[in-house]
Ligand binder design. Structure first.
Ligand SMILES: [Zn+2]
Length: 251
C-alpha cells in the first residue's frame, strides 16, 4: 500500500494546533478537499512556514498514516506564492469567501479539476486587483461556481412563464425558486436586478475570466449582481457563509 503521494493544491485554510503546528485544508484538482498536518510550520525556521499560508498554490508531498488515518505534510514546493492577496485586507477577505464556498460545497461536485482551475485563475487575477475589480471577480467567481454546480439561473428567459427578457427592462430574482423572473411573475419578496445587471450576466459569463473582469458595470447593477450572487450561493449551499458575516463592509 502506497503511503506517500504528491499533488498540486491550493491552501484554503490553516488552523493552529498547539504552539507550532498547522492543520491545513487543501484543495487539489485530483483529490478535492484534503486535511493535512504541517508539523512545526509555525516555527520561524520551518521550511513549511511560508508555503503553508492560505492561498499559496503548491505542490505538496504527503505521508498517510494508516493507523490515525491522517495526512502529514513532508514537503512543500511553492508554485505561485500570490503574496499580493495576503498584503490586502480586501483581497484576503475575497479569497477567504471563495475558499469557504469550496469547503462548504465539498470541493464543488464530482470532478474537482474544473472548480480548481476556476479558483486558481481567479486567485491569480486577484493578486493585483484593485477594489472595484475585486467585486467583479467575486461576482464572476460565484456565478461561475454556481454554473459548475448546475445551479446558475437562466439569464435570457423568465423561469416561470418562459418569455424572453427584453434588453431594456429589469428582472427579478425569485428567492423561492432561485430563478430570474419577469415583472409579471415576480412576487413582492423578489430581488430586483436592473436591466444592465441581467445583460452583464448574460454576456460576461461566456467570456474568458480575464476578459470578463474588465467589462464595466454601473454601481447599482454591480451591487445587484453581488447581492444576487451572495443569495444564490448561500441558498444553494443551504448555509450562511461566515466570510460574509466577518467581512461586512469589506466584501
Ligand atoms: Zn414571467
Amino acid at each position: 500500500m502506497v503511503r506517500t503521494s504528491t499533488t498540486e493544491a491550493v491552501v484554503l485554510r490553516k488552523i493552529r494546533i498547539g504552539e507550532i503546528h498547522k492543520a491545513l485544508t487543501l484543495f487539489s484538482p485530483e483529490n478535492g478537499l484534503l486535511s493535512a498536518i504541517a508539523h512545526g510550520a509555525f516555527k520561524m525556521k520551518s521550511k513549511l512556514r511560508t508555503a503553508s499560508e492560505p492561498f499559496h498554490v503548491i505542490r505538496v508531498y504527503l505521508y498517510h498514516n494508516p493507523v490515525s488515518d491522517q495526512y502529514k505534510i513532508t514537503d512543500i514546493e511553492s508554485l505561485n506564492a500570490l503574496d499580493g492577496i495576503r498584503r490586502s485586507v480586501e483581497r484576503y477577505y475575497a479569497a477567504s469567501l471563495w475558499a469557504e464556498v469550496i469547503i462548504k460545497s465539498y470541493g464543488g461536485g464530482e470532478s474537482f479539476g474544473v472548480p480548481y482551475r476556476l479558483l486558481v485563475d481567479s486567485l491569480s487575477l486577484l493578486e493585483h486587483a484593485q477594489q472595484r475589480c475585486i467585486t467583479h471577480l467575486t461576482c464572476q467567481y460565484l456565478m461561475r461556481f454556481l454554473d459548475i454546480l448546475g445551479q446558475r439561473p437562466d439569464f435570457e428567459h423568465c423561469g416561470i412563464c418562459a418569455s424572453g427578457f427584453d434588453t431594456q427592462s429589469g428582472v427579478y430574482l425569485s428567492r423561492e425558486e432561485r430563478v430570474l423572473v419577469c415583472h409579471r411573475c415576480a412576487k413582492p419578496s423578489a430581488m430586483y436586478l436592473p436591466a444592465g445587471a441581467r445583460r452583464y450576466l448574460g454576456s460576461t459569463l461566456k467570456m474568458p475570466l480575464e476578459v470578463a473582469v474588465r467589462i464595466g458595470l454601473e454601481d447599482r447593477s454591480l451591487q445587484a449582481v453581488k447581492e444576487a450572487a451572495y443569495f444564490l450561493v448561500q441558498a444553494t449551499l443551504e448555509t450562511n457563509l461566515n466570510a460574509l458575516k466577518s467581512g461586512v463592509g469589506i466584501l
